[in-house]
Design a protein around this ligand. Sequence first.
Ligand SMILES: O=C(O)CCCC[C@@H]1SC[C@@H]2NC(=O)N[C@@H]21
Length: 258
Amino acid sequence: MTEAARLPVPPPWPHGVDKVVLPEVDSTMSEAARRAAVLDGPAWILAHRQTAARGRRGREWVEPAGNFAATWVGRPRIAATRAALLGFAAALALWEVCALLTRAPERLALKWPNDLLLDGAKLSGILLEAQSAGEQPEFLAVGIGVNLAAAPPVQALEEGALPAIALEPATGVRVTPEALLDHLAPAFAGWSARLEAEGFLPLREAWLARAAGVGQPAVARMPREELRGTIETLDEEGRLILATPKGRRAIAAADILF
Ligand SMILES: O=C(O)CCCC[C@@H]1SC[C@@H]2NC(=O)N[C@@H]21
């Protein structure tokens, strides 16, 4: 029996959410932005190949064949200023699904803001893009890339970045992008519903319980400054609290180097 055959049956697909599967696209983020204006409800857009995939901070996202690339796009029912918290919902959903598929939760960890690590190396990255007009976001796109079949080559990584890892070579678990999406979509719907109903607190607690590097030294690299300190916690807005020699700093956006 292959690993793929032993995957658990996914929960039902979330009600009212569309699924679009494309053989190829420039970027599922761009496709989400193009479709956003005519959306009736939220949708997942999955692509088997992206020709211009992007990562955080304008980086290229290198995606070997067989990896997962999908974007959730919708109009979140939370204020624009809190929409970025859906990134934590996505990271928690992904942690949950990977823990279920690998049966090895102890090998998984979340790295701020929303990377998923396997054995301390980057398995997945999440990118958030929003268009706002007023207090509610017009639409939010949550793009998720997971190294299922292969990690990007070392040359594709930035200096100081964590090494990359892929699910199948590291764990023997073979999962297709569609199968991953069928698990991820309900898990994400669950965490997003919790965020809407209960606020960030339960997500913050769940995230901290699975986080890498809390209590450990880290460098926060920002466009104009680099801060050294110890990772303390996450605040109620999802910012990373770093204890530095000059006091505590709440960081809204940065690359974190351990
Ligand atoms: O830099 C990161 O860690 C975030 C990477 C996000 C990559 C995904 S793949 C699906 C979606 N489409 C893109 O162009 N980027 C995101």
